[in-house]
Write a protein that binds this ligand. Sequence first.
Ligand SMILES: Nc1ncnc2c1ncn2[C@@H]1O[C@H](COP(=O)(O)OP(=O)(O)OP(=O)(O)O)[C@@H](O)[C@H]1O
Ligand SMILES: [Mg+2]
Length: 318
Amino acid sequence: MEPVVRTERLTKDYGAVLALDALTLDIGPGTTGLVGANGAGKSTFLKILLGLVPATGGRAEVLGHDVATEGAQVRAAVGYLPEHDCLPPDVSASDFVVHLGMMSGLPRVAARERAAEVLRHVGLAEERYRPMGGYSTGMKQKAKLAQALVHDPRLVLLDEPTNGLDPAARDEMLGLVRRIGHDFGIAVIVTSHLLGELERVSDHVVVLDGGTLLRASRTDEFLDATGALLVEVLGDDAQTRMADALAAAGVPVVRRGSLLSVDAADRGPRDVRDVVRDTAAELGLGLVRMQADHRHLEDVFADPSDAAVHDEPGVPRG
Ligand SMILES: Nc1ncnc2c1ncn2[C@@H]1O[C@H](COP(=O)(O)OP(=O)(O)OP(=O)(O)O)[C@@H](O)[C@H]1O
Ligand SMILES: [Mg+2]
C-alpha cells in the first residue's frame, strides 16, 4: 500500500537544537501513534509535514506531495490539531469551524452543514454557539478536532489531543481518535508522550528519541516485546478472584494497585487475551480494561535489549 507519509533523511536544525536528525520513515494508512518524550521532535515532525516549518535537510512526502514545494496540496488534504491553544476566545465553535471550512474552499452553505456535522460528531452539539473562551480544556480539544475534520481530509495530524484532559475526557478523546481511523477510514497520525494511550488507538507505533527513530512497529509487536497485559475487572472482590482464577489457569499475575498485570510472554498475546476474557466471563466480572502493561515510555525501554530499532520501518515500502 502507498505510504501516506514518506521521509528520507529528514532533518531540522534549529541552530541550538537538532530537532530531527536524518529521519527516514514510512507511515502507512490506518492510525499511527507517534510517541516520544518532551523535545523528541514530534511537533516539529508534524509541522514539517504540513509545510509550516521548513526542513533543513532531507525530504518529506505527504500523500504523494513534496511538502517543500506542494504545501498547498498537502494542507488541502490534511487536517491538523495543533498542540497549543489556538482558539479565538470570543468566537463560537460553530463560527470558527464554519470559517475554517470556507477557508478550505467549501461554499458557505456546505461549510455550515459540514461544521454542524463534525461538531455533533465530536460531541459539541449543545455548546457550539457559545464563545470558546468559556470552554473547558476538553471542549477546546473537541473544537480543535472538529476544525481538523471539517474539510474531509484524507489524513489528520493530531498533536497531543489528550493533553490536559482528565481521565474521562481522555477516554472520550481516544474514542473519537479511534473512530476517525476505524469508522471513517481517514489516516491518522497522533502524538503523545504516553505509549499506553496510543496503543489503544494505533495500528502502528513510531517512537522518536532526540530526533531519531528509536523504533517503529505494529502495535501488537510492542505487546510481544513487553509481554504483559494490564487488566481491570469490576465486581465483588474482583481483583482477588480474577487473580486466583488466572493463577489457577496457569497464567502468572501480579497486582498493580487496583489493577492486575498479567504475564503474556509465553503464550502470545491472542491466547492470553482469550484466557482473560473467558475467565472474567466465567466469574461474572466486568472486564473494563485490557491493554499492554507499560504506561510510560521508560517502562518499555527499561530493558536495554528492547531498545533496538526494529528491523523494518513502520510499514513496508511499496
Ligand atoms: N522554533 C524553535 N526554535 C528553536 N528550537 C525549537 C523550536 N521548536 C522546537 N525547538 C526544539 O526542538 C526540539 C524538538 O521540539 P518539538 O516541539 O518538536 O518536540 P516534541 O516532541 O513535540 O515535544 P513536546 O512533547 O514537549 O511537545 C526541542 O528541543 C525544542 O526545544
Ligand atoms: Mg510537541
